[in-house]
Design a protein around this ligand. Structure first.
Ligand code: SAM
Length: 438
């Protein structure tokens, strides 16, 4: 391990340095968060999926053994849970989104915290979830779909393009900043290979540019949570000091004492108000701070009016669901949402639920339509499958099963995993190729 890194940790941890070194050899912390948009803690506990330990973070967040692999299970594909290390869940617990809030997740891929925010919003209010990197934004999109997120706008923009458009409109913003990743060195050894003081300083400069933008989007009274998965003071307490000294309208609030330990005093940042999780505290490493914008502009997001809808879409929706969401067509694609918004020139990858696409006057549904947690209670055509059938489906096979002709959702134990098209005796597999298991 890098000598300079260890020197800095020794300076920071003092008497606890030895305990940190010892903890480096302990098994990795691994966590599972039940996705309450689709499932509940009791059902997870009774599922027999794996051993688990409760945590002080939340009653739907569990520690699971390091060697457990759940990524290929039917339940994972159904979006019933998200594999998320326990300390990584801390930022959203502190942000505490409430149903009906307007929340921006500014640095969101791969989507652990976004899907956690979405479950706390419980399909009410709006989540704008953004990722600057276009490839990572696709992973964010796919995780949102799997977890059934239905009330989000997924954007792929730089904060300086997105935030001015959202000025004064958000109740809450999460800045889970790109960082030097000192809390990730056991999971991704590259974090240590890339470690240098110069990189920490470059990360800190970028973090300050990101928070400059994030401050703008908050309404008066709005809450910002700033988090990283690194230990370096330059990227944590020093960034909070920067916010407080640059923006007098921002104040530092208490976080929580449910997990971790206080941070360090640095300039205007009071260590007792922020929270740190070190390896010895039951997590791989995290920093969280909560701030409030005392005053400022408060505005409404610009709403979009929906236009004409292709008749094949109307017909399909009538046959498949009972619901009163608005429908909007963007070129040939149809989307469903309570309300659509105009984000100007910002690159929007998804707004609401993608219902499907009109191809040569016929409607072809999208996976998101069937994975949506919001639509789940309103489906009229669902075919229930056994575990073996679901495994075959996940492998891309057709299902030899009789059911009424046409499109049908496919479920296992009451939870949809995808859809197919039946000719009466056989169900053609419509699971997108990228989601199939080889
Ligand atoms: N919140 C995510 C989650 O819980 O899954 C993890 C986010 S990760 C710590 C930070 C993200 O910030 C990365 O996806 C990275 O691509 C993105 N990023 C990198 N540079 C950025 C910038 N200048 N502005 C905004 N985001 C940036």
């Amino acid at each position: 391990m890098n000598e300079m890194y260890l020197e800095r940790m020794k300076d920071m941890l003092k008497d606890e340095y030895e305990a940190y070194l010892k903890a480096l050899d302990d098994p990795m912390h691994k966590g599972l968060r039940v996705n309450t948009l689709k499932w509940d803690a009791e059902s997870f506990k009774n599922s027999g999926l794996c051993e688990y330990k409760s945590t002080s973070m939340s009653d739907v967040i569990f520690e699971i053994p390091e060697d457990v692999k759940l990524g290929k299970t039917v339940e994972h594909h159904q979006g019933l849970f998200y594999l998320q290390e326990v300390s990584a869940c801390s930022a959203v617990e502190v942000l505490d989104p409430q149903p009906g809030d307007y929340v921006l997740d500014l640095c969101a891929a791969p989507g652990g915290k976004t899907t956690q925010i979405a479950m706390k919003l419980a399909n009410q209010g709006l989540l704008i979830t953004n990722e600057i990197d276009s490839q990572r934004a696709q992973i964010l999109l796919s995780n949102c779909e799997r977890c059934g997120v239905s009330n989000a706008i997924i954007t792929n923009a730089s904060p300086d393009v997105l935030c001015p458009v959202l000025e004064g409109t958000m109740d809450k913003v999460l800045v889970d900043a790109p960082c030097s990743g000192e809390g990730m060195i056991r999971k991704h050894s590259a974090a240590m290979d890339e470690w240098s003081v110069a990189n920490i300083k470059a990360c800190a400069a970028r973090q300050k540019r990101i928070v400059d933008q994030a401050v703008k989007v908050l309404k008066a009274g709005g809450i910002m949570v700033y988090s990283t998965c690194t230990y370096a003071m330059e990227e944590n307490e020093e960034v909070i000091d920067y916010i407080l000294s640059t923006y007098p309208e921002m104040e530092l609030l208490d976080t929580t004492d449910r997990f971790g330990r206080p941070g360090f005093d640095y300039g205007l940042c009071e260590g007792s108000k922020v929270r740190r999780i070190f390896l010895m505290d039951g997590g791989e490493g995290h920093f969280v701070a909560r701030l409030r914008k005392k005053e400022g502009l408060s505005k409404e997001l610009k709403k979009l009016r929906t236009g004409n809808v292709h008749p094949s879409v109307t017909q399909f929706l009538k046959e498949q669901i009972d619901c009163s969401l608005s429908v909007m067509m963007l070129k040939e694609k149809a989307y469903l949402a309570q309300q659509f918004y105009d984000l100007g020139k910002v690159k929007v990858l998804r707004q609401g639920i993608c219902a499907g696409e009109v191809i040569k006057d016929r409607f072809e549904p999208h996976q998101h339509f069937y994975s949506s947690a919001l639509l789940r209670p309103s489906f009229k055509k669902i075919t229930s499958c056994s575990h073996d059938e679901m495994i075959k489906y996940m492998q891309g096979e057709v299902l030899m099963k009789s059911c009424p002709k046409g499109f049908t959702g496919l479920s296992y134990k009451g939870h949809l995993l995808g859809f197919g098209k039946s000719d009466g005796n056989m169900i053609k597999n419509k699971l997108p190729k990228g989601l199939r298991q080889r």
